[in-house]
Design a protein around this ligand. Structure first.
Ligand code: ADP
Ligand code: MG
Length: 683
């Protein structure tokens, strides 16, 4: 269950807390009340009932005001736990049953007649009579067993005093960084056994000083790890930095089909500056859908190629790789550079030939999918790696590809903007460039949400565009490419669109399970305008670029993720004509589904949408893949605790600036890093 050490156990926050402090005299108990009483056991025993095989354990407890019965159905083993004259605490709900007031299945605790280690706490009760932690079960280990265990462990632990004392708890957050915050040990104690009077709501919201201290610690360690990794990367030297002179500038200008926006210029300058440095570049290029990241990356590629280096351009899907390949080949048509495509679907012979040309250096730029990170690919001199739509690639894949070259420059591009907290976490070891604004002349996209009942109206809208000579996408959700049912639905939709709805136009079907050359043919026909309506699954989600398409109709919009919807919408509005995105939804729509549709109709700003998406989905699901490079956080929550994350990042950066005092932290991280965050080591 992921709990291998005492530390693991102590760093699991209680799921919630119950206030069981405050004793009620037995005589004043009322039905419906949840109360704690303490008293002496008068009698106890197992009672049979009228129901065969059903036995009740019953105990009667007395204090100076009166007596109360506590009933435990089917727990005969308790006869070995309770004995007359013991002092016990009972906590639970009071009910009026069979003629009297009673506790049923109360929490109980024997407070005398049992050794209680009170080394660190004044309270002698653990399960009652205080604010009590409730834990998630760990397999067969109940919340009660965990509580006892943790209580006992906390009694054995002490502040370190010296280095490595037995039971001493090392605090990885240095005192100077900690300032007002509790020590690690203080925080762990207060999180599990809060002192009397602590605000239970604050506890349940993980908002006490103790909680925040431990959350801060997790972020601090993670950010320190990223900072260290970044510094380590900065100590590496690449084989050959690029040189930029007039010849290089001319070459770049020649392929440029339009004027760069100011935002693009800024980003390109940052990238090329990195490329001229002796240390390899590790840069993230962010920009909204349609901001024009591809051309910026291509210009960087030209700089590398003019310097005699090879470039690898990676995309997450074959369709997108193919599309990039076609675009790049077109743009580089009149240059001397040779572009190749390397995807998983090449025949063995073609693949061999392609690999040979990459190895010999005949190919200058190779576009591909993850096939590019697989073992067989050798480059003559790989200078620049461009990874498009990064959030489908993991940190490890990034690392593997980097090893292909002599420490090449790496440029990572994201499909949609990423909220800052996630960027700091998943890409915290990268420098960031952001392209602000969109290319000129873009018409804002109108977004409509329509229920299934208005389908005819929606088709009329689409037809109006087709009559103007425009083209349309109709997207069908495909939860999983292997789901035959969905595929059948998409195929059926295609049939209906072609035969019944738009018989006078050409409709084509595109989905992920088609062969690569079929997909390519369909895409090319759509790009040429020979196909008017492209009925597709989400394979067109990223990167596909056809300026004459002005309608994006999304079926079952309630099923899509927010950034996915934003990506899909970004496929239109790319030319001079005004575009429309229609979200067709079917009931029932979940609350989240509605929130997503609302967000999309309210704004077209990808950065705003990204933040909304994070709120709706939570960080774990944001990237929609386990390979997202996000660490598994134990106590921190990237949405709830984003302010702490920023604090922790600042603290980590400034602490590590001073190499002399950073040493203990660096050692601690080297020992625990890979294990805790599942990333490549820093040590
Ligand atoms: P994304 O950032 O989403 O990857 P693309 O790189 O696909 O966006 O660019 C979107 C579209 O905008 C493409 O058709 C591209 O040719 C065009 N484009 C990019 N930059 C400019 C510019 N400066 N001026 C005009 N059109 C541009
Ligand atoms: Mg793109």
């Amino acid at each position: 269950m992921g709990v291998g050490t005492v530390e693991d156990l102590l760093l699991r926050f209680p799921r919630r807390y119950e206030n069981r402090a405050g004793l009620t005299p037995i005589a004043s108990l009322r039905p419906g009340q949840t109360a704690t009483v303490v008293g002496e056991v008068l009698s106890s025993g197992v009672r049979t009932t009228r129901r065969p095989g059903f036995r009740l354990f019953e105990v009667v407890v007395r204090d100076s005001s009166g007596a109360i019965r506590a009933v435990f159905p089917n727990q005969a083993f308790l006869k070995d736990v309770f004995r007359p004259h013991q002092q016990v605490v009972l906590y639970g709900l009071l009910e009026y049953r069979s003629g009297g007031l009673q506790f049923t299945n109360a929490e109980y605790e024997i407070v005398r007649g049992e050794v209680v280690d009170d080394a660190w706490a004044d309270d002698v009760t653990v399960h009652t009579g205080r604010i009590v932690p409730i834990y998630e079960k760990i397999g067969a280990v109940t919340t009660r067993m965990q509580r006892s265990l943790i209580y006992q462990l906390l009694g054995e632990l002490k502040d370190p005093g010296g280095v490595g004392g037995v039971g001493g708890v090392f605090d990885p957050v240095p005192a100077e960084v900690r300032r007002g915050m509790p020590t690690r040990l203080e925080a762990v104690r207060a999180v599990h056994f809060p002192t009397a009077g602590t605000d239970v709501d604050a506890l349940n919201a993980c908002a006490t000083d103790a909680h925040r201290r431990l959350i801060f610690e997790e972020f601090f360690l993670f950010q320190a790890g990223l900072v260290l990794r970044k510094r380590r990367q900065a100590e590496e030297k690449k084989a050959r930095p690029v040189v930029v002179d007039d010849r290089v500038r001319d070459a770049a200008r020649k392929v440029l089909p339009f004027k760069l926006t100011d935002g693009q210029k800024v980003a390109l300058r940052e990238i090329v500056t990195d490329m001229q440095r002796p240390e390899p570049m590790h840069r993230l290029l962010q920009g909204d859908v349609g901001a024009g990241k591809t051309i910026v990356a291509l210009l960087a590629a030209i700089v590398a190629m003019e310097n005699g280096q090879q470039v690898a351009f990676m995309a997450p899907t074959e369709i997108l790789a193919d599309q990039h390949y076609l675009t790049i080949r077109r743009l580089l048509d009149r240059s001397r550079f040779r572009v190749a495509s390397l995807t998983g679907s090449l025949t063995a012979a073609k693949k061999r030939a392609a690999l040979a040309e990459i190895a010999s250096g005949t190919t200058h730029l190779v576009v591909g999918t993850h096939a590019l990170v697989e073992g067989a690919v050798e480059f003559r001199e790989l200078g620049l790696v461009i990874i498009d739509e990064q959030h489908r690639f993991g940190v490890l894949q990034r690392a593997t590809l980097r090893e292909k070259g002599q420490k090449p420059d790496v440029l990572v591009m994201t499909a949609t903007p990423i909220p800052r907290t996630l960027a700091l976490t998943a890409f915290g070891d990268l420098d960031v460039s952001v392209i602000r604004g969109l290319p000129p002349g873009r018409q804002p996209i109108k977004t409509l949400a329509k229920p299934e009942t208005r389908r005819d109206e929606v088709y009329t809208l689409v037809r109006q565009e087709l009559e103007q000579g425009r083209q349309a996408y109709v997207i069908y959700p495909l939860v999983d490419e292997s789901e035959k049912v969905d595929l059948k639905a998409a195929t059926a939709m295609f049939g209906t669109l072609q035969q019944d709805v738009f018989p006078e136009y050409r409709v084509a079907l595109l989905h992920g399970r088609m062969k690569a050359d079929e997909k390519e043919q369909v895409m090319a026909a759509f790009a040429r305008g020979d196909v008017h309506v492209l009925a597709a699954t989400t394979v067109v989600e990223v990167g596909v670029d056809v300026a004459n398409a002005t309608v994006m109709l999304i079926e079952h919009a309630e099923r899509f993720g927010l950034s996915q919807l934003h990506q899909l919408r970004g496929r239109v509005g790319r030319g001079a004509h005004r575009s429309t995105c229609i979200l067709l939804y079917q009931y029932p729509v979940t609350e989240q589904g509605k929130a997503r549709i609302d967000a999309l109709t309210q704004t077209t700003d990808g950065f705003v949408i990204a933040e909304r998406d994070l709120e709706i989905r939570g960080p774990g699901d944001f990237f929609g893949t386990r390979q997202s490079g996000l660490p598994t956080l134990r106590v921190g929550d990237l949405v709830r605790d984003h302010v702490l994350l920023e604090d922790a990042r600042r603290a980590a950066v400034s602490w590590l600036d001073d190499a002399s005092r950073a040493r203990p932290l660096v050692e601690y991280l080297s020992a625990h890093w890979a294990e805790r965050f599942g990333l490549v080591g820093v040590g």
